[in-house]
Design a protein around this ligand. Structure first.
Ligand code: ADP
Ligand code: MG
Length: 727
């Protein structure tokens, strides 16, 4: 039987040996990246200087410089085995896109030369009409532009020079994640710098940092291929819980199986060659679940690196006969996967703005930025939830192992105490506080206290962790850009407003420290509802959060509505991050994607139920019936009925489950048909979530019951206990 064959194949598999480079990581790190060293080596001196200046000061590049960069980049790429180049971008599909072109051009003598021009480097027109665009691009304007993002270095993957680019429509609207992300980073730089200058006038830029922690599952490829649901939807649509899963808590930080360790080593080497600073690896809570985290980087670069990692992972996994599952909830009953986004702001002078410092002034700066984070997250808590939401992440949130579906901030008791003190102080107390050298907050001791005691509240979706905030609700398959756009833009709006208010006070002649403390106090008072250090999984919190006016919506398509609220439109408008047209279009894409994902799941499950499971159950049923007939023939009368009673009970149950599966699949098909007739994308997505998605659970319930009854030898699909334990 196929199932036993693939299980055997998977369990006999040995670790694939990894060819360790002879050099140390220091030597091969960034080998395939056109970083500053390579630029220096391959570009003429004046080109190099012009390019570095453009990158550092966000200035445009002239055509001549672009041509010269293209020439040097091409030489470097060819020296490193590249034959093609591509504009690498991040459309709204949550993967990356690329179209490869060879460097060759006719040489006029019947041969070819390998060339690459500034024009091709800077801008291209991919025929992009089949990327999601939410109606922005009408068919007569099917063109989209990709344009070089000089702030993220080009790299070589699979013998192709990849140039990170933004992707916009003919009319200038963003069709990707990178464009609004760059705009949000510019906005937070501008607003953040203005505030940071209260403390240090030398600050020129504020930089947003991101350190993501990527969780994932590995499954042996033979088993994966034998599960059409995994292969087509990324998750198991059926499967009874394994008797043993994560209840012994023996996987987390346990020994990594040798096959997996080989994969991780190989992956890290690839990452390092691509300049992804992969640093930490460990087992996660669920069996077969793992995590990789890099050293944090500037947000745009970190995000490119995460997108790159997700594709590299897939490739490396295949070399090791694994498949990577990035789905947020591939298996029912055990933990799902997220991607914690560790986020901070820092200055070009090297100060981390969410980190307590050594002096009272540093600490006032720290409190200033923290209070603004609380205000921004409070104001846009619904939007932040929308920014991480998707059909797949919807399974994870609100479950009892993942961030709750309500955004709140965990500060830890020490920070809470300090914030509360400011919040409760009256005017005189604030003046006294501002005048005192120690700022009378106990703030001079903050660093020591916070650094080692930011107790980890794992139930919080947004937690302060000593020198950063950890946005934990992001899904494992997501483009972090979505969360980072919302968060940085909201922060930019908030900081700009804060600055305006403080300036009004300064104009009135108030002392700077007092003006800051007074405005911090106002922010804390206004946003205190967002602060919650308790158990985010509890039912009491859900009620309490609703009373506090936090967004408690749990229906995925409705959660997306937050993007179209007046305060969201205003915020994205003021910060120049997204226009109302862009927001509307992107929501169309979100709803459409939601519908399509559920639609695919419903089709796959319908097929599996009717063509795989029901026939097998029926075969087993007929064996039982045969048996009953034989028993009753041999033992006529009551004796036979008695002896076949157990079979008879099983027969009834199996008949009940198969009949119900048939009924539920029919209902699911009808629900789909009805939903498909709806034109409006939002309404259609809601119909899918309310009428189709629940059918998936009901069909599954009956299949999982059958799995426990039907002869193990007949069951067609690998079971959880087989999928989940790599030996
Ligand atoms: P955890 O204990 O939360 O699992 P990890 O060490 O796995 O922590 O990951 C923490 C992540 O946070 C790493 O990517 C790390 O580089 C990143 N990080 C640390 N400090 C900062 C900071 N100030 N800003 C952004 N990211 C940070
Ligand atoms: Mg973490």
């Amino acid at each position: 039987m196929l199932r036993f064959k693939v299980v055997e194949e998977a369990s006999n598999r040995k670790a694939v040996p990894v060819a360790l480079p002879s050099e140390r990581p220091e030597e091969y790190y960034g080998k395939y990246v056109f970083n500053r060293n390579k630029m220096f080596e391959y570009l003429p001196r004046d080109t190099y200087e012009a390019l570095i200046n453009a990158i550092d000061n966000k200035e445009p590049l002239s055509r001549e410089v672009a041509d010269s960069v293209a020439e040097g980049m091409k030489r470097w790429a060819i020296d490193n085995g590249a034959r093609h180049y591509t504009h690498w971008f991040q459309p709204l599909t949550e993967t990356t896109a690329e179209k490869h072109d060879a460097f060759i051009e006719h040489d006029g003598k019947g041969g070819v030369v390998e060339t690459f021009s500034g024009k091709l480097l800077v801008q291209q027109e991919p025929d992009a009409s089949s990327f999601p665009n939410g109606g922005i691009r009408n068919t007569f304007e099917a063109r989209g532009y990709s344009a070089w993002d000089i702030s993220s270095p080009a790299f070589i993957m699979d013998n192709t020079l990849c140039i990170p680019t933004i992707f916009i429509s003919y009319t200038g609207e963003s069709l990707d994640y990178k464009t609004p992300l760059l705009r949000a980073l510019t906005a937070v730089d501008k607003a953040g710098t203005a505030v940071a200058r209260y403390f240090d006038p030398k600050v020129k830029h504020v930089i947003s940092n991101l350190g993501w922690e990527q969780e994932y599952f590995l499954v042996d490829e033979a088993l994966y291929n034998a599960r059409p649901d995994l292969a087509m939807t990324g998750r198991t649509l059926m499967g009874h819980e394994s008797a043993k899963n994560q209840q012994l808590e023996d996987h987390y930080f346990g020994a990594i199986p040798s096959r997996v360790e080989a994969f991780m080593l190989d992956l890290e080497i690839e990452c390092h060659k691509l300049g992804i600073p992969a640093k930490t690896r460990h087992n996660e809570v669920a069996p077969n679940q793992f995590e990789l985290a890099p050293i944090f980087e500037e947000t745009n670069l970190a995000n490119d690196h995460n997108m790159l990692l997700m594709s590299v992972m897939g490739e490396v996994a295949r070399r090791h006969n694994f498949r990577v599952l990035l789905h947020e909830k591939p298996f029912a009953g055990i933990n799902g996967s997220g991607k914690h986004n560790n986020w901070s702001l820092g200055t070009d002078t090297g100060v981390l703005l969410f980190a307590p410092g050594k002096t009272p002034k540093d600490n006032l700066q720290f409190i200033t930025f923290v209070a603004n984070v609380m205000a921004a997250v409070h104001r846009h808590n619904a939007l932040l939830k929308a920014s991480i939401m998707s059909a797949t992440n919807g399974h994870r949130l609100g479950a009892n192992e993942a961030p709750p579906a309500i955004i709140s901030i965990f500060t830890g008791s020490h920070l809470a105490e300090i914030l509360e003190k400011i919040e409760k102080s009256d005017k005189d107390e604030l003046i006294a506080m501002a005048g005192k050298e120690e700022l009378h907050l106990g703030v001079s001791q903050i660093p020591e206290i916070l650094m080692d005691s930011t107790d980890r509240n794992r139930t919080s979706p947004f937690a302060f962790t000593g020198n950063r905030f950890e946005f934990r609700a992001v899904g494992s398959s997501a483009n972090c850009g979505s969360a980072m756009i919302a968060l940085n833009a909201a922060m930019a709006e908030q900081l700009a407003e804060f600055k305006e208010k403080v300036d009004v006070r300064l104009e009135k002649g108030e002392d700077l420290h007092h003006a800051l403390l007074a405005e911090i106090k106002a922010l804390l008072q206004k946003s205190s509802a967002i602060h919650f250090d308790g158990n985010g999984y509890s039912d009491e919190w859900k009620e309490e959060a609703a009373r506090r006016g936090l967004d408690c919506e749990t229906n995925v398509p409705r959660i997306f509505d937050a993007y179209l609220r007046p305060e969201t439109i205003e915020m994205f408008g003021k910060t120049g991050v997204m226009t109302p047209v862009e927001l509307a279009a992107r929501n169309e894409v979100k709803w459409e994607m939601y519908t399509k994902k559920i639609q695919i799941e419903a089709r796959v499950l319908g097929d599996l139920a009717i063509n795989h499971i029901v026939p097998v159950a029926t075969r087993y049923l007929s064996i039982l019936l045969d048996n009953m007939v034989k028993i009753r023939t041999l033992f006529p009368g009551n004796k036979g009925i008695e002896l076949s009673a157990q079979d008879s009970a099983t027969v009834e149950k199996i008949m009940h489950h198969t009949a119900t599966i048939r009924e539920e699949v029919d209902k699911m098909v009808d629900a789909r048909k009805a939903a498909n007739r709806i034109e409006n994308e939002r309404e259609k997505a809601i119909a899918y979530s309310e009428t189709v998605a629940p059918c998936l659970d009901r069909v599954r319930y009956h299949i999982d019951k059958l799995e426990l009854m039907v002869d193990n030898e007949m069951w067609p699909l690998p079971k959880y206990r087989e999928l989940l334990f790599i030996r």
